[in-house]
Design a protein around this ligand. Structure first.
Ligand code: TMP
Ligand code: ASP
Length: 236
């Protein structure tokens, strides 16, 4: 039995607790939802349960396909055991379809397919609103080395290839998503989560949004959409 010890971190959607194993922590998923750097707040019923289930399912799938992740095992509805990484303070966004902040920045409509996936980097700092950065900034400020950055970019693109296919097989268009990586025993591994909180998922037939944009943009049917993603991907 894993023993839950003190809280070491509480973010907007998750809490981390130490365990009796110094190499492992418990990642707990909350129902709290925020958007626009926490200016908009709310809760999505059972979101924590659904994001825990989805992240467990997808990280297991990625591991089976050669992507190293922090996932160890699912403990219960809202908790998973993960490796205790030191997080690289760079959020990695991969885009397949023009949407969100990129569409807005360029004054274009959402929805056009990009000719190839685009990888973007953001400095993980809430006080600054996670500003977009260039790879050179990552190096010059020492957030990661060139070799770590190469590993991160390759892993992000591999995750994209694997998940594009998986979501497509369940009638979902993987528009874009955000990943975080950490260091564990000298290695870069995928950390954090993969859920409708951190991705854009559009139904392939109707084009309906099935992700956190429903909350950000007050589109309704937020819980229902998350539940449908879980139903298709995890079969429950
Ligand atoms: P963006 O279009 O708003 O830049 O978002 C790109 C992707 O990153 C989208 O799938 C949502 C995800 N994302 C997060 O996970 N956390 C964030 O704080 C933001 C702004 C976006
Ligand atoms: N979760 C982020 C926040 O609170 C942003 C977002 O997902 O839109 O601010």
């Amino acid at each position: 039995m894993t023993k839950q010890l003190e809280k070491i971190y509480e973010g907007k959607a998750k809490i981390l607790y130490l365990t009796d194993n110094p190499d492992q922590v418990i990642q707990h998923f909350k129902d709290d939802a925020t958007a626009f750097n926490a200016q908009k707040r709310g809760t999505i019923a059972d979101k924590g349960v659904m994001n825990n289930m989805l992240t467990a399912h997808l990280f297991e799938f990625l591991e089976k396909n050669g992507v190293k992740t922090h996932f160890v095992k699912k403990l219960n509805d809202r908790d998973m055991l993960v490796k205790k990484v030191s997080i690289v303070p760079v959020e990695v966004v991969v885009r397949n379809v023009l949407a969100g902040s990129l569409a807005k920045k360029l004054g274009k409509d959402e929805g056009s397919q990009l000719a190839h996936p685009v990888v973007e980097y953001y400095y993980k700092d809430d006080a600054l609103g996670d500003p977009m950065i260039m790879p050179d900034h990552v190096l010059v400020f020492g957030w990661a080395t060139q070799s770590e950055l190469d590993t991160i970019r390759a892993a992000a693109l591999r995750v994209n290839g694997l998940l594009l296919e998986l979501f497509k097989n369940h009638g979902i268009r993987l528009v874009d998503f955000k990943l975080e990586f950490g260091r564990f025993k000298g290695e870069i591994i995928l950390a954090d989560e993969f859920s409708p909180d951190t991705s854009r998922l559009w139904d392939m037939e109707s084009g309906e949004k099935m992700d956190k944009d429903r909350f950000r943009r007050d589109l309704g049917k937020v819980e229902e959409s998350y539940r449908e993603v879980v139903r298709r991907i995890c079969g429950q």
